[in-house]
Design a protein. Structure first.
Lengths: 328, 535
């Protein structure tokens, strides 16, 4: 357990630097984009020179970039994410409102792609080169090649418009007044399509990785030994071959969490899910620098957190990993 | 009326014929039913819902049901108006005052009575100093006298045309309650995000990223009105999903062309859905080629004429707008009942003539067939402005002008064109707001500071035109003023500070069960008191 604690401490110290680089880098990039929040705002309203000057002053955009960055970092030190100009509300409030939705969406989609992907990978990898292996490989690659928004639209047309089994979008039935279990069930129904669209795309990765790892493991001596001992085939597949192929999948899980956040931008727009991805898109279009920084920061913390969990899981699964890093 | 209206009517007719046989007879008087929840698609969430501060269609779409104006646009009312909070309006002969008689027995949503003090407060504290359009139109307003609870007299420092004030009533005069706004900063008032008004619906709830809910105002001044119990604006950011939501019967109305033009043909054949092209006559958008006159080639009238001759306006209307638009002749749209004149110089589609004009101007084709290159910035706000950018590039290639398209998002486009002037040609969609003095003359007038969007930022300067605009802005007699604006259209079409290509408006798609839609020229942004749902 101390090994895990040392790992944790080292990672936390490193994370702070990562976050600082992320914040300053993103701020400078956003400042380099042409047009500011006022330019984005007057697209829909127009306005004369006096009004524009007034807005720039009120939103603090008449200050220099350096002053604004310094102000932001100072506020961050006090755990204050600042005020959004497009929503005129505290950014912390807005993000907390959207975060659970994105977490549920990402979590379910990751569970789907990881669970189903590795299960199918085991099925395919149990007999590498067989007909079912090829069929699954081709099928999953085809899914991986499909753009996310298109898959989403097809699912909508088939299951929501034609069959009318599922709602076309949103996170829950509008102003339904449902509570408790009924509300949970309602949210679950609304999540089926977006989770499928997001999950099915990444399923191929886990499937291919599992299958490749297993094909590799079949050639190892310990498998030969297990066979020689006359163990049942099912046991060899699950306890020896698949288990050894599982480790890289855990690494993948950590890397994928960042990808998943990116993919949710598109899926959240198509399915009108009020999550962080859509908020990020609105923040970019509205040149709401601080809001976008807040979202990036929260996402970075999420990704770092997930990777830390993955490392801990790794240290637990494979004793060699933590030992060297913790210097024990 | 004008060609635009009749063509739209025809299109609507043909679209409806294609729709199902289950359509209710259009035009037959039906008794509106009470009750029901109308679910409408919304593609954006305005940051400020106070229509007195932000006079824009995105805000009106939601807020006009909650906060009312002094008058609304009308197809058949006198001067194209129908009363709302004001029952009558009278301009003094000297142009220095306008008297409004207000409606009696109107209550705010919080139960307090509405009076002339609210009108005076809204006009002086909000429309004039804070409102995007009011800052121009009400710039000379100095006082609002309130001799009694139901009379408001607007006093102007300089003679102000009554026609302009009248034309500004539907969009610029949202009245908000003084007692809610008088303490603290108006811009930071919480009511800006949860408006309080006198309208047929009360603002009930907003769930960010999901929906707005408006609930019936039981104390509304209109007898029996409103018919609906609730209006829900469901936020659907993806344009394809609005059509799907209509088909799946999850929403009943998609206004402001939320369903893309390319989908209309298919959707009009879906049983139970109707495509409606009426109800936007007061919200006309103009497809305009903005020109940077700082480029020496473009400062030459012959080159501008050549560009005008190179554009096939009929093709643009047919191919890009799929017929849901009209060709333009000048800076006032054809469907405007007061100011439009067809007697202006026109530029027929004629590539040979365009080429000859460019040769005459001294820009001969080089060996590779090109004369010169230009930077073309199509505005990204509409599909159609982007598509027209692509078309214009081809049209210019035919006359030897090499247009390089620069694509930006909205904020970057606004900055590039109106602040940095980093363009040669731009494609813009200015709005005609019922009077050229509100947002049209500014497109060609000189002396506007850098950074003002939707204004002359092309460095065009014409003393004649400036003098004409100044004269019209202080001419009180309606007929003389109208005549001056006809002269204005002629001069613009002759000198081409910009090139007007087409005029278009929006389209609604609704379920057949939605009644009383499109019954005024600003229907989508009006109060929907008489809209109903058949069960």
């Amino acid at each position: 357990m101390t090994r895990a604690l040392i790992l944790l401490r080292r990672r936390l110290v490193g994370s702070i630097f990562v976050l600082l680089i992320v914040v300053i880098g993103s701020f400078l990039l956003l400042e380099a984009a042409p047009g500011d929040a006022v330019d984005a705002y007057i697209v829909s309203t127009g306005g004369d020179a006096g009004m524009i000057e007034l807005l720039r002053h009120r939103w603090g955009l008449d200050q220099s970039e350096l002053t604004r960055l310094a102000n932001y970092l100072w506020a961050l030190l006090h755990l204050d994410l600042g005020q959004s100009v497009t929503f005129s509300r505290p950014i912390r409030e807005i993000i907390l409102e959207r975060l659970p939705t994105t977490l549920i969406l990402m979590g379910s989609a990751t569970a789907l792609s990881f669970g189903l992907g590795s299960a199918l990978g085991i099925y395919a990898g149990a007999r590498p080169g067989s007909f079912r292996d090829r069929l699954l490989s081709i099928g999953s690659l085809a899914l991986y090649a499909v753009p996310g928004f298109w898959l989403g639209l097809v699912l909508i047309v088939v299951f929501a418009v034609d069959l009318r089994w599922l709602p076309i979008g949103g996170i829950e039935t509008i102003a339904s007044g449902k509570t408790g279990l009924a509300r949970a069930a309602d949210i679950a129904t609304h999540l089926v399509l977006p989770v499928s669209a997001l999950g099915f795309i990444y399923l191929a990765l886990y499937l291919r990785m599992m299958r490749a790892g297993m094909a590799e493991a079949w050639r190892q001596d310990f498998v030969l030994a297990a066979r020689a001992r006359g163990l049942p085939r099912r046991r060899i597949v699950l306890a020896h071959v698949a288990r050894n192929a599982l480790l890289p999948l855990v690494t993948m899980l950590g890397l994928q969490s960042a990808q998943m956040l990116g993919g949710s931008v598109v899926i959240e727009s198509v399915f009108a899910v009020p999550g962080l991805g859509r908020l990020a898109q609105e923040a970019v279009a509205g040149r709401d620098t601080l809001l976008l920084l807040g979202i990036i920061l929260v996402s970075a913390v999420l990704v770092i957190g997930i990777n830390l969990l993955v490392d801990l899981a790794y240290a637990f699964l494979d004793p060699r990993v933590g030992a060297s890093e913790a210097g024990v | 009326m004008s060609e635009l209206i009749s063509r739209r009517g025809l299109l609507a007719g043909s679209a409806l014929l294609l729709a199902s046989t289950a359509l209710p007879a259009i035009g037959r008087a039906q008794t509106p039913k009470k009750g029901g929840r109308l679910i409408v698609a919304a593609d954006s969430e305005p940051r400020n819902l106070n229509p007195a501060i932000v006079a824009s269609n995105g805000v009106f779409f939601i807020s006009s049901k909650v906060v009312e104006t002094l008058a609304e646009a009308s197809f058949d009312g006198k001067d194209g108006l129908q009363p709302r909070l004001a029952l009558s309006w009278e301009g003094a002969a000297d142009g220095l005052s306008v008297t409004f008689k207000l409606r009696d027995g109107v209550k705010w949503h919080d139960g307090k009575p509405f009076s002339s003090a609210d009108v005076a407060f809204s006009a002086l504290q909000i429309w004039k100093p804070l409102q995007n359009l009011g800052r121009t139109v009400f710039k000379d307003l100095v006082a609002v006298d309130t001799p009694d609870e139901l009379t408001a007299v607007f006093k102007f420092a300089k003679p102000t045309p009554f026609q302009l004030i009248r034309n500004a009533l539907p969009a610029l005069t949202s009245v908000v309650p003084k007692h809610v706004y008088e303490n603290g900063k108006i811009e930071e008032n919480p009511a800006n995000n949860a408006p309080v008004g006198t309208g047929p619906f009360k603002f009930a709830e907003y769930k960010a990223g999901q929906y707005y809910r408006l609930a019936r105002n039981d104390d509304y001044w209109g007898k029996e009105e409103p018919y609906l119990d609730e209006i829900i604006y469901q936020v659907l950011p993806d344009r394809t999903s609005a059509a799907a939501a209509l088909e799946a019967e999850e929403i009943q109305l998609a206004a402001f062309s939320a369903v893309p033009l390319a989908d209309l043909d298919r959707i009009s054949k879906v049983p139970g859905l109707k495509v409606v092209t009426k109800g936007y006559e007061g919200l006309t958008y103009q497809l305009v080629v903005e020109i940077n006159h700082r480029r020496k080639e473009l400062a030459d009238l012959k080159v501008r004429q050549a560009i005008a001759h190179a554009i096939d306006k009929d093709f643009v209307v047919k191919t890009i707008f799929l017929g849901y638009a009209a060709t333009a002749t000048g800076p006032v749209p054809k469907n405007d009942p007061q100011f439009y004149t067809a007697e202006v110089p026109t530029y027929a589609f004629d590539v040979a003539k365009a080429n000859a004009l460019l040769d005459e101007a001294g820009y001969k084709r080089a060996d590779d067939g090109r004369r010169f290159a230009l930077k073309l910035l199509p505005a990204p706000y509409f599909n159609e402005t982007k598509q027209f950018g692509d078309y214009l590039r081809q049209a210019l290639a035919a006359i030897g002008i090499d247009a390089q398209i620069v694509n930006n998002d909205s904020a970057a486009h606004i900055k590039a064109v109106y602040t940095d002037h980093a363009f040669d040609l731009a494609v813009g969609p200015p709005v005609f707001r019922g009077d050229p003095a509100i947002s049209t003359t500014i497109l060609v007038q000189s002396g506007i500071p850098d950074g003002v969007p939707f204004s002359n930022q092309g460095g065009y300067k014409n003393a004649d035109l400036d003098a004409l605009i100044a004269k019209a802005s202080e001419t009180l007699d309606t007929a003389t003023r109208t005549g001056l604006y006809k002269e204005f259209q002629k001069k613009v079409a002759a000198d081409l500070p910009l090139i007007n290509v087409a005029e278009w408006s929006f389209i609604s798609v609704a379920r057949d069960t939605v009644g009383n839609i499109a019954n005024n020229p600003r229907w989508a942004v009006s109060n929907w008191a008489d809209t109903y749902l058949e069960s």
